[in-house]
Design a protein around this ligand. Structure first.
Ligand code: GRF
Length: 218
């Protein structure tokens, strides 16, 4: 069973989706969340973690190397999942957890990503560009925001009367489906990052079947 840390700055709905999903797996779960850390003391994610009996830590100095590194090592963390974490993860940490750190972004990368592209701004940009399709991307984390190797994406239609808020809500639902399943696949070794930065292993068959359905224009 892989020991997972979730880093979050906000409400933590993705954290909750991960906890709910792993709970349905019971003792067969490939992963267990052992730590939730945030750069914001008031983050809903910390409260959710405490409620679930998981160690919850407010990071004193989130962008400086040692604190986060020590914390992850202390808790023997195998895998890190960023879930709405708005800080740059220090390079020594992304290097040490290479292939073992994932992020979810609420648009189809490599479009609509990068520094400053978070929250509602992402969906505003998608609408401003007139994109017909959006959806979450899960990727391995490297040293540059939103540029790590892509593991999985999920198409979400942009509807004619969408506002940034309605689109955000629909994409978030897809995140809640996709992210826990990708986390599980990385934890079990079904998906792995090779030395040349290619992603090996496919998205779980259950999702691929659904993917074809939801992407079918008919
Ligand atoms: C999600 O949209 C995620 O894609 C982005 O930040 C948001 C986090 O939401 N990186 P929550 O805190 O998991 O509810």
């Amino acid at each position: 069973m892989k020991r997972v840390a979730v880093l979050a700055s906000g409400g933590g709905s993705n954290l909750q989706a991960i906890l709910n999903h792993l709970a349905t797996r019971g003792t067969d779960a490939a992963a267990s969340v052992v730590l939730v850390a945030s750069d914001r003391r008031s983050a809903g994610a910390l409260e959710r973690a405490s409620r679930a009996g998981i160690k919850a830590v407010a990071l004193e100095n989130p962008e400086s190397g040692n604190g986060l590194m020590d914390l992850l090592q202390e808790r023997s963390v195998d895998l890190v999942a960023l879930a709405g974490f708005l800080r740059m993860v220090p390079a020594p940490v992304t290097t040490a957890w290479r292939g073992r750190m994932i992020n979810v972004h609420p648009a189809l990368l490599p479009s609509f990503g990068g520094r400053g592209m978070y929250g509602i701004r992402v969906h505003e940009a998608v609408l401003a560009h007139g994109a017909a399709v959006s959806g979450p991307t899960v990727h391995f984390v490297n040293q540059v925001y939103d540029t790590g190797p892509i593991i999985a994406q999920w198409p979400v239609r942009v509807l004619p009367d969408d506002t940034p808020a309605t689109l955000a809500a629909r994409v978030l639902q897809a995140e809640h489906f996709l992210y826990p399943r990708v986390l599980e696949a990385v934890a079990s070794g079904a998906i792995a990052l090779a030395d040349d930065d290619t992603v090996h292993g496919s998205v779980f068959p259950e999702a691929q079947a659904h993917f074809q359905l939801s992407a079918d224009p008919g």
